[in-house]
Write a protein that binds this ligand. Structure first.
Ligand code: F0G
Length: 360
């Protein structure tokens, strides 16, 4: 396994593996990797994309379950005369990219000898954590808004997880989950450092499948995916597997766009009360917001919001291409369409990847 340490993203204080926030300042943590401890062989690049290929880039000894996540297709489609590529994260076992993060964070919980995990979710992550905990033979408690999708709540229960419905939005559920984890000494899963590590493989696979894209469009809730994709790309640059950084385009709904507002105005990240049809990304205050903004700055990235109608149109357009996606999962594509309709030249001759993140 690679050498790494856990550090606070703000004050660099070192923490033990089962911490989920800095014990000094409360900020989130990062896995600081000693890259000299990772050996990428010559055959690495040409090996088939599947999650086990990337084990050496994850901070775990092994996968503690056969989850079947990752190895999703990158498929080309034409939007008018423009070719784009969709990264089909809907092909993961629970229908979203969340399975990549769950495989890593729950393997870590097992490695640390923990037998219970908890997490807060808008739905998809709860489903994924519930499934992976079940596969690993440990128990899961999921905190979710009482207003969350009934179908998602039913799926979480079907994996045998305990459900705690919270009177409030995702950020209220998150505060409850963190208080529970501290009191109950339960391993905290969800949008924290180990999940971020697992979700880096979205980036590894995109590069292994298409070389060097110019743009990567993705939706933002807690901005863990955004931060993870940036970290994955940076690692590929470091290992000589990628020559130039793609521009990342982060997409949120107009009805819940704290990261877009902060990035575009240069002001502080502020809580926005979520009111969007894109329930998956209805996160009023993104946990990885500051990291996400830094990632956009470093890739000359763009942050854009889309209307509820643009989200609905994106779902229908994808459906016509035989691609099922929920509103949050289609948001990256809605963001692409917003630019494309205004300025077709922007994408001419460019390699554009759009991550379709979920279909629940
Ligand atoms: N797409 C889907 C389908 C999601 O479920 C989420 C997040 C995102 C995009 C955004 O990813 O949070 O890393 O920026 N869902 C979380 C959940 C919040 O609880 O399922 P992010």
């Amino acid at each position: 396994m690679m050498d790494y340490s856990l550090r606070c993203t703000k004050c660099s204080h070192a923490e033990a593996d089962d911490a989920f926030r800095c014990s000094r300042c409360g900020s989130i943590l990062e896995v600081r990797i000693d890259y000299s401890s990772i050996m990428i062989g010559k055959a690495f690049r040409s090996r088939r994309v599947k999650n086990s290929k990337y084990l050496l880039l994850f901070p775990i000894k092994r996968f503690e379950m056969e989850g079947g996540e990752g190895g999703t297709r990158l498929v080309s489609h034409n939007i008018g005369a423009q070719k784009v590529m969709f990264k089909m994260e809907t092909e993961n076992p629970t229908g979203s990219f969340k399975d990549r993060g769950s495989a890593v964070e729950i393997s870590k919980a097992v490695e640390l000898g923990r037998n219970s995990v908890c997490c807060a979710s808008t739905g998809n992550m709860g489903m994924s954590v519930a499934r992976y905990a079940k596969l690993a033979g440990i128990s899961a408690t999921i905190f979710i808004s009482k207003d969350a999708s009934k179908e998602k709540i039913a799926r979480i229960k079907s994996y045998g997880a305990r459900l705690v419905k919270v009177d409030g939005d995702f950020n209220t559920a998150l505060r409850n989950a963190e208080a529970f984890a501290r009191k109950d000494r339960t391993f905290m899963c969800g949008d924290y450092h180990f999940r971020k590590e697992g979700q880096k493989s979205v980036a590894y696979e995109i590069i292994d499948q298409c070389g060097s894209p110019d743009f990567i469009f993705l939706p933002v809730g807690n901005a863990t995916l955004l931060s993870a994709v940036y970290k994955g790309l940076s690692e590929y640059v470091r290992f000589g597997l990628l020559d130039s950084m793609p521009r990342i385009v982060a997409v949120q709904s107009e009805k819940c766009d704290p990261l877009v507002r902060a990035y575009m105005s240069g002001r502080h990240l502020e809580y926005v009360k979520p009111k969007t049809v894109a329930d998956a990304i209805a996160v009023g205050y993104p946990t990885f917001g500051l990291e996400g903004i830094a990632a956009l700055k470093k890739t000359h990235g763009i942050a854009v919001n889309v209307s509820e109608d643009q989200l609905r149109d994106a779902i229908l357009m994808l459906e016509e291409k035989g691609i099922g996606a929920e509103a949050g999962g289609a948001a990256g594509f809605a963001g692409f369409m917003k630019f494309y309709e205004n300025d077709r030249e922007m994408f001419r001759g460019k390699k554009t990847v759009i991550v379709i993140t979920g279909n629940n």
